[in-house]
Design a protein around this ligand. Structure first.
Ligand code: COA
Ligand code: AMP
Length: 633
């Protein structure tokens, strides 16, 4: 392929040729005449006069090319004991039958479908069935509560929802149906029908006239052999909308188009992950997150790999060897997960004995992303696996790697703590708050020069202005990543922290502002601030500091329990909100801004500079004392 420097510089010199060449790997109905259309959309669009179908590219074309008998998807579920695999031809059959069901329910090109599913193969089939008929999907993570689902229903306005009777967590069965019904009741937008997968572990009642039984309906169309051709869509039509935490309780609907997405993801499989068609690739994430969209479902299938859909946890299902077992059993060549998963494994198997029990000879590389990969975890993982460990940095918004180590082009030397260098498509700069270039080695705002590459989001769903305000306005000509970082003299990037209120809890992206909105609604709470504190396993954990209403004399532990339950009910268990500390005052600047970053340093015992603008420095001592007394840490 050449060296990284050649390829990166080649892209920079002539991005148009670079992306037109990459587009050759995709089957188009109408081949685009050029790559970038600067005058379209808020900040330009990719391949705007092209048309294609993503499901065709991910499934049908491999069958047509004679790869129908290759395994496309392996479902490995240590939590239920189930294991199944599907060839490309079988995936085509399943997806087509489900597409027939959707069509029968009146879903057509441009109609929205929400997918609220656990980690079962039907979740992937659902995404592909939507893609097949040109219906944009929006997958909602199963760990979100009814209220979060309702917010997404109202923003996305789906015609139909595909869901399941339950999800299975190690300690409990999560009944999805009450959450789904609750969300539909809460939402103003009325959903016309639901397709429900009944799972053996716990079935549910279906609402007559609204709910369709997944198995029953799919079996009928499978038996009939109903043909549902892939519908041609414009390259710029939305393939999916994925909601991600913003700086308020209102999540942002990240839009992914069809054309740029297919091109970029296909390109990434060889260049970044170093895998060839036919090899097994595994991303241990969840289809509810961007990693699941890009690297459980779309990219490996676009590139003709075998993908693994794993329903389990890194530990406890049944032991900390489960990842190594799956890698060995299915001959995984390239593996991707969040650092927190390995921190959980390390906590139970510090010597790495479990890794030694399995034959990992097929495995070439391990990839980490989703949160900062701490050098300790990388060193440990290199030692126990004997494989290169590659950190790479990206976001829901971009859909694929911004900075990484492109193993399929050239494996660059690792600098621990750095996700390595900018990928072709991304011109990364580090700017001061005033928009000046920071010198090498100095901390600043990490931004990307516009345009963003194919695959990155062109806008937010029905919110061009919010897209502009949140991402483009602050540094004109650049995309603001909201990460702070450093670029060294070799072009290696170091991502240090978020510049907004997003925290990363066990690889899950959450908004502290969203939690504050929920907590402030508790009747005994006058004001509150939520910060992310350091946690050895999850990276960060949310911690709330609350000023109670004057005259509240209820026991603190009762209020703490109620607030934790409220966050769980309104946002979901995934928020992992457990710590609430009552305080008399919150530290603020003289203009009234809460000094959250300083609070975090006080609580984590880090060194900090007393902010010059603080209204009363004594408040920090009060915070530290209340923390000691009430946090339980
Ligand atoms: N449906 C319903 N509930 C869910 C859920 C889902 N899909 N996923 C998580 N939850 C619940 C959990 O059961 C838990 O509930 P609890 O408070 O009753 O115990 C809560 O949400 C927090 O879950 P989680 O964040 O998974 O924490 P954990 O302590 O159960 O496990 C890890 C910790 C590190 C093992 C786990 O978070 C993990 O595997 N993380 C990797 C994350 C990842 O893949 N991120 C994607 C980016 S690559
Ligand atoms: P998400 O949109 O959920 O993928 O979260 C994106 C955010 O996670 C980024 O903006 C970073 O703050 C953080 N992140 C993701 N990958 C990395 C990484 N490799 N190193 C440091 N932070 C990361």
């Amino acid at each position: 392929m050449g060296t990284y420097a050649d390829i990166y510089n080649g892209w920079k010199t002539d991005p148009e040729s670079f992306w037109m060449k990459a587009a050759d790997a995709i089957d188009w109905v109408d081949k685009p005449t050029k790559a970038f259309f600067a005058d379209q959309g808020v900040a330009g669009r990719w391949y705007a006069d092209g048309s294609l179908n993503t499901c065709h590219n991910a499934v049908d074309r491999h069958v047509a090319a004679g790869r129908g008998e290759q395994t496309a998807l392996i479902y490995d579920s240590p939590i239920t004991g189930a294991k199944r695999s599907y060839t490309y031809a079988e995936v085509k059959t399943e997806v087509t039958a489900l597409a027939a069901v959707l069509r029968e329910q009146g879903v057509g090109k441009g109609d929205g479908v929400i997918i609220y599913m656990p980690m079962v193969p039907e979740a992937a089939f659902a995404m592909l069935a939507c893609a097949r008929i040109g219906a944009p999907h929006s997958v909602v993570f199963g760990g979100f509560a009814a209220a979060e689902l309702a917010t997404r229903i109202d923003d996305f306005e789906p015609k139909l929802i595909i869901s399941a009777s339950c999800g299975i967590e190690p300690a409990r069965v999560v009944a999805y149906k009450p959450l789904l019904d609750g969300a539909i009741d809460l939402a103003e937008h009325k959903v016309e029908s639901c397709v429900i997968l009944q799972r053996e572990k716990q079935t549910c009642d279906l609402i007559s006239g609204r709910d369709v039984d997944y198995d029953h309906a799919v079996t009928m169309h499978r038996d009939l052999g109903t043909d549902v051709p892939c519908v041609t869509v414009k390259a710029t039509d939305p393939l999916y909308i994925l909601y991600t935490s913003g700086t308020t309780g209102q999540p942002k609907g990240v839009v992914r188009d069809n054309g740029g997405h297919a091109v970029a993801l296909h390109w990434s499989m060889k260049a970044i992950y170093g895998v060839d068609p036919g090899e097994v690739y595994w991303a241990a994430s969840d289809v509810g997150w961007v990693v699941g969209h890009s690297y459980i479902v779309y990219a490996p299938l676009l590139a003709g790999n075998t993908t693994i859909l794993f329903e389990g946890k890194p530990v406890g299902t049944p032991d900390p060897g489960t990842f190594w077992r799956v890698m060995a059993e299915h001959k995984v060549a390239s593996f991707f997960t969040a650092p927190t998963a390995f921190r959980a494994i390390k906590a139970q198997d510090s010597k790495g004995d479990w890794a030694q029990k399995y034959d990992l000879s097929a495995l070439r590389t391990i990839y980490l992303a989703g949160e900062r990969a701490d050098p300790d975890t990388i060193h440990w993982l290199e030692r126990v696996s004997g494989k290169p460990v590659i950190d790479h940095w990206w976001q829901t918004e971009t859909g694929w790697t911004i900075a990484g180590n492109p193993v399929g082009i050239e494996q660059l030397p690792v600098k621990y703590g750095s996700p390595t260098v900018a990928m072709p498509g991304y011109d990364i700069r580090v700017l001061s708050d005033e928009g000046e270039d920071m010198p090498a080695g100095e901390l600043g705002n990490v931004v990307v020069k516009l345009p963003l590459p194919p695959g990155s989001f062109p806008t937010l769903w029905k919110a061009d202005q919010r897209f502009n305000d949140a991402y483009l306005a602050e540094f004109p000509g650049y995309y603001k990543t909201a990460d702070a970082g450093i670029m060294d003299e070799d072009g290696y990037l170091f991502i240090m922290a978020r510049t907004d209120d997003i925290i990363n809890v066990a690889g899950h992206r959450l908004s502290t502002g969203g939690m504050e909105e929920v907590i402030a609604a508790h009747p005994d709470i006058a004001e509150c601030a939520v910060i992310g504190i350091a946690d050895e396993m999850k990276g960060q954990l949310p911690a709330g500091f609350a000023i109670l209403n004057a005259g509240t004399d209820r026991p603190i532990p009762d209020i703490q329990k109620e607030v934790a339950a409220l966050v769980r009910e309104k946002i979901g268990p995934v928020a992992a909100f457990k710590i609430l500390v009552p305080v008399a005052r919150l530290p603020k600047t003289r203009s009234g801004k809460i000094l959250r970053a300083t609070m975090q340093k006080v609580v984590d015992g880090e060194e900090f500079k007393m902010p010059a603008t603080i209204d009363d420095p004594a408040i920090l001592e009060e915070i530290a004392a209340s923390w000691k007394e009430h946090s339980g840490r």
